[in-house]
Design a binder for this molecule. Structure first.
Ligand code: SF4
Ligand code: SF4
Length: 341
């Protein structure tokens, strides 16, 4: 928890919930920098703007690509932050990858006057449709393209977008913290991160949804855990063996994926040896001399997290690093398992 020093000016929040807080939730995945973005935002609000506040994150497993939630709470400078409970009904939700919409209830609990910002190339209207949202404001920003072009990460672009939709957060305060944070250890990254922030701020697109007459927002309901002491299988049995085949790691990719060229492939399997996620799909065929052999059919992008180790390992250039375009992975995916639709 970070607390404003007594010498600081009094700061008042223009918008707050029934407990006096303004809440922000980041929906992200490991490797996107959501935790540090939350810390920088909290520091900007507390150290540079005079609010009291706190930030913390909750992680799943340690593996890069697992869902991560980061939270930031602000309150008036004369109020204390005496909670570190997850923010279930936030004013702002920032979704660090569009693919999370398909795997996580990212918009859960958004307040009536709240805003959800999504890192995507889609329009706010398309994202509203995907979310099925009937109220609030939808904002979009193509943070991944900005980060790729500036050789940074999406987190500073998302912070820029967030400053645009939350008018009381001073962009200059956040930029000061970006300079403080990156300047100490990696000064060469400061200009790129500041440009990323500015481009995120400038390129936000927004739409406000007018709720239908009589619309009443459902109060947030915490999901029940699937198992408790009454229904947990005895001995911790895994009842759905092989369930990792339904995992989707698409959200872990940070702008790039491997593109496969069958013509250049010699079926040496170097790619398969280095791939950490079992993405390569093989089938029975014949080698150049007509003898029975396994031949590489393609890549199942559902499991590909874009680490590009396979591209490094490939001796013939049959795998090339490619900037991911919307829908490309789906169109070129070779399914590894036959799953029900
Ligand atoms: S980039 Fe290549 S090595 Fe990495 S997960 Fe995807 S297919 Fe596997
Ligand atoms: S490493 Fe390259 S050449 Fe070898 S099997 Fe993989 S794609 Fe084909």
């Amino acid at each position: 928890m970070v607390t404003a020093p007594e010498t600081k000016r009094a700061a008042r929040l223009p918008i707050k919930d029934e407990w006096g807080f303004f809440g922000i939730r980041f929906e992200s995945i490991g490797g996107y920098g959501a935790h540090i973005a939350g810390r920088m935002l909290a520091e900007a609000g507390v150290v540079y703007m005079g609010f009291n506040g706190s930030n913390f994150s909750s992680y799943g497993s340690e593996k890069k690509g697992s869902p991560v939630k980061a939270y930031v709470r602000f309150c008036d400078s004369d109020q204390e932050v005496r909670t570190s409970a997850p923010i279930e009904e936030p004013h702002v939700i920032a979704v660090f990858h569009e693919a999370l919409i398909h795997t996580q209830p990212v918009a859960a609990g958004l307040r009536e006057d709240g805003t959800i910002i999504v890192n995507t190339r889609k329009s706010p209207e398309e994202i509203r449709e995907l979310l099925g949202l009937e109220y609030g404001t939808v904002a979009t920003v193509d943070a991944i393209t900005i980060a790729v072009e500036e050789k940074t990460r999406v987190n500073t672009a998302m912070l820029g977008a967030l400053c645009r939709v939350v008018p009381f957060i001073d962009p200059e305060a956040v930029k000061a913290v970006i300079r403080d944070t990156f300047g100490k250890k990696y000064p060469h990254t400061v200009p790129g991160n500041l440009r990323t922030f500015d481009r995120g701020y400038e390129s936000v697109r927004m739409m406000t949804i007018t709720p239908k007459p009589g619309f009443v927002r459902e109060p947030y309901r915490r999901p029940d855990p699937p198992f408790g002491y009454l229904n947990a299988p005895i001995g911790g049995l895994v009842l759905s063996a092989g369930n990792s085949i339904v995992k989707d790691l698409s959200a872990s990719r940070q702008g790039y994926l491997p593109a496969f060229d069958r013509e250049k492939c010699i079926d040496c399997a170097q790619c398969d040896i280095v791939c950490p996620d079992y993405c390569f799909v093989w089938e029975k065929g014949t080698d150049k001399k007509g003898r029975p052999a396994m031949v590489l059919k393609g890549i199942d992008y559902q499991y590909c997290k874009g680490c590009l180790k396979c591209v490094e390992a490939c001796p013939t250039g049959a795998l090339q690093e490619k900037l991911e375009e919307d829908g490309w992975a789906k169109a070129h995916r070779v399914p590894r398992f036959a799953l029900p639709a």
